[in-house]
Design a protein around this ligand. Structure first.
Ligand code: AP5
Length: 209
């Protein structure tokens, strides 16, 4: 199954993609995780995009499109994938059509107020990308990853100014994709406000998995 998870920052796309990938084996491809991994390893790509991610702006289309095209050519993505965070602009969506087909676009819907609560309480295990929330999904020991016991961090783009910018960028550049995929009749809306188990159950129902 070839899926796109669309929605504002903090709506739970990564959390749900990771759960779905664990339960079905469909690879979870997050452009944000790929960029953050490159930043962590200080690759040429990582050095180029660090300031962009920290501000909450978008990485240029050409760079992002090439990255995804190459990733989708890998063997594990041949029969299916969950694209989390791509496409994020109309040119990215147009480009994707030239190298892949999509079965469903799941649109995670969440209010601005909830988005801010979720992002400001998010904590991440840097090495694995495992994500927690101080209130909604706390680790067993405060501030520590459940599996390794290592320190959790706050993403630089989860600071208040970067969150505001990411939301503006989302409304200007990414939200038009809702109409884009509605017209193609592959958009499925999901209310992302309930607790994770409930959202996940609805997601599986929607995809008939
Ligand atoms: P990316 O990593 O994709 O960030 P994002 O889209 O802003 O999404 P987030 O990871 O912030 O949120 P999410 O929806 O995955 O929520 P999560 O599951 O973590 O991109 C980062 C940056 O990379 C971009 O700003 C850009 O610079 C660049 N980039 C990436 N893709 C690009 C592209 N295509 N083009 C150009 N640039 C690109 O959940 C959030 C929190 O809520 C967590 O704490 C979680 O535990 C909690 N939570 C989740 N679900 C629930 C629930 N149901 N109830 C309560 N809490 C919940």
């Amino acid at each position: 199954m070839k899926l796109i998870f669309l929605g504002p920052p903090g709506a739970g796309k990564g959390t749900m993609a990771s759960r779905l990938s664990d339960s079905t084996g469909i690879p979870h491809i997050s452009t944000g995780d790929i960029f953050r991994d490159n930043i962590g390893r200080q690759t040429d790509l990582g050095v180029k995009v660090k300031a962009i991610l920290d501000r909450g702006d978008l990485v240029p289309d050409e760079l992002t499109i090439d990255l995804v095209r190459n990733r989708l050519e890998q063997e594990d993505a041949r029969n299916g994938f969950i694209l989390d965070g791509f496409p994020r602009t109309i040119p990215q969506a147009d480009a994707l059509e030239t190298f892949s087909s999509i079965d469903h676009v799941v649109n995670f819907d969440l209010s601005r107020e909830e988005i801010i609560k979720r992002l400001s309480g998010r904590r991440v295990h840097k090495a694995s990308g495992r994500t927690y929330h101080v209130v909604f999904n706390p680790p067993r020991n405060a501030g520590k990853d459940d599996e390794t016991g290592e320190e959790l961090i706050t993403r630089p783009d989860d600071q208040v100014d970067a969150i505001k910018n990411r939301l503006e960028v989302y409304w200007k550049q990414t939200a038009p994709l809702i109409e884009y995929y509605k017209k193609k009749e592959i958009l499925r809306d999901i209310d992302a406000s309930p607790a994770p188990d409930e959202v996940f159950a609805k997601l599986k129902g929607l995809l008939r998995i």
